[in-house]
Design a protein. Structure first.
Length: 556
């Protein structure tokens, strides 16, 4: 018997896990879009709590279908189709249209949502389209050599069925009748040989139905895993969080009962719904201790079974945190689409989807880590994106006076004579004492932050409250001294300044704020823009109320 040709797309559990197991038997496997393929040797590494650590090399692998030799895929027997959005699903079906035919069986990932078979069926009407669900908990983890798949749990059950109205050909196919039925049965037997067990087909008339099997995976995924992504510390003791959780849970029960799973409890039956929710939360906490949901009777699940606490996060949260496929967007959109098709209202699911959409925007902008609630970068942002960080401006610095000395050291590490000022790289030669200024939003910034980690820790930045001073220093070494007294002049006998003293004080303030007369007008430390013209206009006379004095008061 000729080996089966199997083509797999994406990192979803039903695709990545099953194609790995099929590579161990008589199958030619082709992998497209895997996150764990090494470019140099195409080796894919798996680490499993059940099977141990191993590697396999598929017959062919590529990031895109166009990179493969398409002739080597023919005849194509099976396609394992997974995607993270409707757009990707449609794009993939368009790519494989020339490869598939009446003898090709397409198995669509149905672990996160139902109804995708119809989408594929419309694009590929000649092919047989079924749904597949695998319980293997698979995620992508980073290693020193790249990425590898990690199989977290021991469960590997896989089922194949149909979630849409079954025609006679589909019924016969799932019963294993005809050539295609025999081929499908052969596939399940191969999986069993590789310890994927149980693995079976669910034809029409068998209970529980394929839809029921799927909803019992979709409901915990959305109401617990996605909720844990939105609320990092989900607790049933929080009335608001628990109310939203129950609302999502009941929305999904209502939709599931309408869409092929009548064995689900009625949302109006509080006893049965509570029992099902309690079991779901218990199983979830045992599987994912790092994402455990707090309940009145739950024990502390923070001590996980793995050495890495991140591996004990819910798979959805883990994949979101590391930028891998989560299935959330597709799951929520498809669920809302099914509800609309059946004229049902699912307000809590819609609200959850709107929350996730905003969280995804933060993830795409790469400025905030939602899972850990921390900022990734401190940057100025606006409504159109994130602004580039501004280049830091350096300012001239002067040495602190620690004692007289004949020589001084500049920033370049060379010594200069008494008459030579310390030079900054790029400083204008004609103005060695001038500080750099940065004009920002109409204000003149004339001093920069202290540089404690620079090459010369003895240098300090010039501040408007200080000025260069060489008095009493025989060597002429430039130092700084406070100008507080000159800025706050007053008479020796009264705290009230005369008009002449007030005018002189203001002139002193402007002189020291406007270093070396760089600007014709400058921003005072005390408020609005002052200028020499306003001082000269007063002619030393007593300022009228609210005129001259108002120029040095903070603006209201």
């Amino acid at each position: 018997m000729e080996p089966l040709n199997v083509l797999s797309f994406g990192d979803t559990p039903s695709c990545s896990f099953l194609v790995w197991r099929l590579s161990l038997v008589d199958c030619r496997t082709f992998v497209i879009g895997s996150s764990c393929t090494l470019e140099d040797d195409q080796v894919i590494t798996w680490k499993s709590v059940k099977y141990g650590e191993t590697t396999f090399i598929p017959t062919g692998s590529a990031k895109d279908l166009a990179e493969l030799n398409l002739e080597s895929l023919k005849p194509l027997d099976f396609v394992l189709l997974g995607a993270d959005s409707h757009e990707n699903m449609i794009d993939t079906t368009t790519q494989i249209k020339s490869l598939v035919g009446p003898q090709t069986i397409i198995l669509v990932e149905s672990r996160y949502c139902l109804g995708l078979e119809e989408v594929v069926k419309k694009a590929l009407p000649k092919s047989k389209v079924l749904g597949v669900i695998c319980d293997a908990d698979v995620r992508v983890i980073k290693t020193q050599n790249g990425y590898q798949y990690y199989h977290k749990n021991h469960s590997t059950a896989a089922v194949i069925g149909s979630a849409i109205a079954e025609d006679q050909n589909t019924v016969r196919l799932l019963k294993g009748e005809g050539d295609l039925g025999a081929k499908l049965t052969q596939l399940t037997e191969m999986l069993k040989k590789t310890e994927v067990y149980p693995c079976y087909l669910i034809p029409k008339g068998i209970n529980p139905t394929f839809n029921s099997y799927a909803w019992k995976r979709i409901i915990p995924f959305i109401s617990l895993e996605v909720m844990c992504l939105v609320y990092s510390k989900l607790s049933t003791l929080d009335a608001i969080q628990f109310g939203i959780l129950k609302g999502v849970f009941c929305d999904l029960l209502t939709l599931g009962r309408k869409y092929g799973a009548p064995d689900l409890p009625d949302p109006t039956d509080s006893s049965k719904t509570k029992s099902m929710l309690d079991v779901m939360i218990r199983d979830f906490n045992q599987s994912y201790p790092s994402s455990a949901i707090k309940t009145p009777n739950s024990s502390n699940y923070t001590d996980g079974v793995s050495k890495d606490p991140m591996l004990d996060l819910a798979t959805c949260v883990h994949n979101f945190n590391y930028g891998h496929e989560t299935g959330v967007n597709l799951s929520l959109k498809q669920t809302i689409s099914l509800a609309t098709k059946h004229d049902l209202k699912v307000p809590y699911v819609e609200m959850l989807f709107s929350f996730f959409a905003e969280i995804q925007k933060l993830k795409d902008q790469n400025i905030f880590d939602w899972v850990n609630r921390r900022t990734l970068a401190v940057r100025e942002s606006n409504g159109y994106g994130v602004a580039q960080p501004q280049q830091q401006v350096q300012y001239q610095q002067y040495p602190m006076q620690t004692g007289p000395g004949p020589m001084s050291t500049n920033l370049a590490g060379t010594q200069s004579g008494p008459a030579q000022m310390p030079m900054m790289p790029g400083m204008p030669q004609l103005m060695p004492q001038m500080m750099y200024a940065q004009q920002y939003a109409g204000y003149a910034m004339v001093a920069g932050p202290a540089n404690f980690g620079g090459a010369n820790p003895s240098l300090v930045p010039i501040h408007p409250r200080f000025r260069p001073d060489s008095s009493g220093n025989a060597s002429g070494q430039h130092t700084v001294s406070a100008i507080k007294n000159s800025m706050y002049r007053k008479s020796s006998t009264s705290t009230i300044q005369s008009g002449e003293e007030l005018s002189r004080s203001q002139r002193s303030v402007i002189e020291h704020a406007n270093v070396k007369n760089m600007f014709s007008n400058t921003t005072s430390r005390y408020g609005d823009v002052d200028s020499f013209s306003r001082v000269n206009a007063s002619n030393g006379s007593v300022a009228s109320s609210g005129s001259l004095a108002g120029s040095i008061c903070p603006s209201k």
